[in-house]
Ligand binder design. Structure first.
Ligand code: HEM
Length: 417
């Protein structure tokens, strides 16, 4: 097979997007207290969530646009289900600037035309089979490195790497370029904050993927790039800009979010050892524990939208051309929907009614894969890490962030294998 030209790293090879990313998403311990206070005043109000949390503004947003927040469970649900009023054009400024023509930036009729192609690949029946063929080997390989030690930082040694490892294998990308891919995948999100590095990451990937697509068309394999390169819409290949945008988005969305969600689930279980023990004894609780972690600390706190017309939410007038911060994080802790919402409870009956995968036409396309990955990762941890507990000699984990949430470290002890 002809080799594709190597992926270009940042011109400053020491640039570390993982550090800068933390500055962009914030280091707040408890944005939920702020969201609860806002929501208690009204289900919607004028304001920019980033400004409320003391973060620098998104530099890609049109400066003249007004900002509004939607905060209650019912109003968040209605907004996400009303794409004709609350459009995904909001993403054209930031994600669109790095990914390009991604499905996240599209509205109907363009959006369903392309989404139906991508959706097919991530249907539960396909995704399920990746559990043993792809997810398990990635999980086991990473765990083998720390099993004998009896201690680990489960974030830096495990959760940060395994979802990225999974999508990387699905795309069948060269193993020696994994580190550069991971950096560029994450750095694309920095466009809202550090235009130079965000644009450089997107440009380097944009240079690489067309060559890869051409190569896989010539020599197809059973990987996702080959499948997407062969996919057709209305009798023609997918437009190259749409395909490249999807690949750019995929390596970011698939790696970053599941890493956060698994890290949060592990942290909450370790902070609530009675619930960890309950889960050990009854594995049938695992699916609900995953949903509860997604509800309690969904990795993505807000879904931005653009108002296409003058509208009104909970008595607040929103003019056309506003940025609307639809706060899934506030909805997921709304006491009108979830009893005792600030309690983490893996037996909660309606845990899965969260908006952490969004709702409406842009509902997360990778949600089935995310659940398979988290189930496999947790199963391996419960099977192999006996007597798992927080490391008393290390700093306790802190879940941080105002936009995206994650603990940056999770030090644990267990019986060495
Ligand atoms: C726990 C893990 C995950 C979470 C919490 C998550 C969250 C989300 C959310 C909130 C959205 C919608 C944003 C909006 O409405 O504005 C979304 C969309 C999307 N996600 Fe995920 N995601 C996860 C995993 C994944 C994975 C594993 C993949 C890839 C296989 C993926 C691919 C996508 C894509 C392509 C979209 C765009 C869909 C569209 O606009 O039609 N996600 N995700």
């Amino acid at each position: 097979m002809t080799k594709v030209t190597a992926l270009r790293d940042f011109s400053d090879t020491d640039f570390n997007p993982f550090i800068e990313e933390a500055l962009f998403f914030g280091d707040h311990d408890d944005p939920y207290a702020v969201l609860a206070e806002l929501r208690s005043k009204n289900a919607a109000m004028e304001g920019d969530w980033r400004a409320v949390m003391g973060l620098s503004p998104d530099i890609t947003h049109p400066p003249q646009a007004r900002h509004f927040m939607i905060l209650s469970y019912d109003e968040v649900g209605k907004a996400l289900q009303s794409p004709q009023i609350f459009s995904n054009k909001a993403y054209t400024f930031n994600l669109g600037a790095s990914f390009g023509r991604s499905v996240s930036t599209m509205d109907a009729p363009e959006h369903p035309r392309f989404r139906k192609i991508f959706q097919k690949i991530f249907l539960p029946q396909y995704v399920k089979s990746w559990g043993s063929s792809i997810v398990d080997p990635v999980v086991r390989e990473l765990m083998a490195d720390f099993l004998p030690a009896g201690r680990a930082d489960l974030v830096r040694q495990f959760t940060l790497h395994y979802p990225f490892g999974v999508i990387y294998r699905q795309l069948d990308l060269p193993p020696e370029e994994g580190k550069v891919f991971h950096k560029l995948a994450v750095a694309q999100m920095l466009i809202s904050f550090d235009r130079e590095h965000g644009a450089e990451a997107a440009a380097n990937l944009g240079e690489y993927f067309p060559e890869l697509i051409a190569q896989r068309r010539k020599n197809p394999g059973d990987d996702l790039v080959s499948m997407l390169a062969a996919a057709e819409v209305d009798g023609e290949y997918l437009p190259e800009d749409v395909l490249v945008a999807f690949l750019r988005q995929l390596i970011n969305a698939a790696g970053d979010t599941t890493y956060r969600a698994t890290s949060v689930l592990l942290t909450k279980l370790l902070q609530n050892p009675d619930q960890l023990e309950m889960l050990r004894k009854d594995r049938s609780l695992l699916l609900n524990a995953i949903e509860e972690a997604l509800r309690f600390e969904g990795p993505v706190l807000e879904q931005p939208r653009w108002s296409t017309q003058d509208t009104e939410v909970a008595g607040v007038k929103i003019p056309a051309g506003s940025i609307v911060h639809v706060m899934a994080g506030a909805a997921n802790r709304d006491p009108a929907k979830f009893a005792d919402p600030d309690r983490f409870d893996i037996t909660r009956a309606n845990a899965s009614r969260h908006f952490s995968f969004s709702a409406g036409p842009h509902l997360c396309l990778g949600q089935h894969l995310a659940r398979v990955e988290m189930t496999r990762a947790m199963t391996a941890i419960l099977d192999c890490l006996h007597n798992l507990r927080l490391d008393p000699d290390m700093p306790p984990p802190r879940i941080q962030g105002a936009m995206m949430r994650v603990p940056r470290e999770l030090h644990v002890r267990f019986d060495p294998a």
